[in-house]
Design a protein around this ligand. Structure first.
Ligand code: RIB
Ligand code: CA
Length: 304
């Protein structure tokens, strides 16, 4: 039986690849998509989500718009490469009328809820709003696999990863809700770099969704090579989806993780008791290792 999955996204080049992977991998059933502010203002992330789904043969998947702003934090400056609407035709399917938080509550209280893994790939505002409205969400959702955080070094600041820093108060609500939470952070997404040779294998699959994923990722791959001198580029959000398909590609360690809400230099940090010296109860399974070949196998199998 296929694993039902809901993605919460801020599309975004890597969210786009994650959507195509979740929608086409034979082991998954993409039940719905909720959208948050993040990489760009909500109007752009919603439009990009709908265009990617339509162009990627997933026009049947319902899309719910969520929060325009973080709970408290001001909007972050984001990568200008991410600000434009994708050059793809508009979607035919209308946006759902219900807002993301209300949809998540209704869905997870329905019989399908306990069978559906939630995959947050954006600032966690929609999830926090839903949890505050309906705390039973944390009992009904069987598992979250989120691309968020870093237990060593962030990408928005040396302390903080983008999805957490964009709404630390929301992340605090999500990380303390008591549900089974797997964190796919920057330490493991960095191990899943995708090289030009991998991109060529993706294109060679010959499907429209593989071509779309490759077209969207390619300028970012060039950025990783020229600006960061890496052998390949990260497709952060696709790592979380791949870890739902094949949990063994991710090595995890249970840790106590707090979200830093103050701090002159450390706001938004996922403060992890990584070694376990402090003997606090673990609330997160933190990704500490990723098998790149297994990740690529899931990506290629999903987009073929
Ligand atoms: O830090 C990486 C995350 O921030 C990804 O989810 C990416 O889409 C950006 O939003
Ligand atoms: Ca994202």
């Amino acid at each position: 039986m296929k694993q039902k999955i809901i993605l919460d996204v801020d599309t975004g080049f890597d969210d786009a690849v994650a959507l195509l992977l979740a929608g086409h991998h034979p082991a998954l059933e993409l039940a719905a998509v909720t959208v948050c502010h993040g990489n760009a203002p909500l109007a752009v992330t919603v439009e990009n989500t709908r265009r990617v789904l339509a162009a990627g043969g997933l026009g049947h998947v319902p899309v719910y718009a969520g929060a325009e702003r973080a709970l408290v934090a001001p909007p972050l400056k984001t990568d200008p490469l991410q600000h434009h609407r994708f050059d793809l035709p508009p979607a035919a399917r209308p946006l759902e009328r219900q807002r993301a938080a209300e949809f998540l509550i209704d869905y997870y209280l329905s019989p399908a809820g306990p069978e559906t893994v939630l995959v947050p790939l954006a600032p966690q505002t929609n999830l926090a709003l839903a949890l505050r409205l309906e705390p039973r969400l944390a009992e009904r959702c069987p598992r979250l696999v989120t691309m968020a955080g870093a237990y060593l070094e962030g990408n928005s600041t040396p302390s903080a990863e983008f999805n957490i820093l964009a709404d630390p108060e929301a992340a605090h609500i999500v990380f303390t809700a008591g549900w089974p939470l797997t964190m796919v952070g920057l330490e493991v997404t960095a191990q899943a770099y995708v090289t030009p040779a991998d991109l060529a294998r993706l294109r060679a699959l010959g499907t429209p969704w593989a071509a779309l994923a490759a077209d969207i990722f390619e300028p970012h791959l060039r950025w990783w090579q020229t600006e960061m001198n890496w052998p390949g580029g990260q497709i952060y959000d696709a790592c979380a989806v791949a870890a739902v398909v094949d949990p063994a590609l991710l090595t995890t360690k249970p840790m106590h993780v707090d979200i830093e809400l103050g701090g002159a230099f450390t706001r938004g940090r996922t403060v992890a008791d990584a070694i376990g010296w402090h003997r606090q109860p673990a609330n997160v399974d933190v990704g500490v290792g990723l098998d790149r070949e297994r990740f690529l196998a899931v990506l290629l199998a999903g987009l073929q």
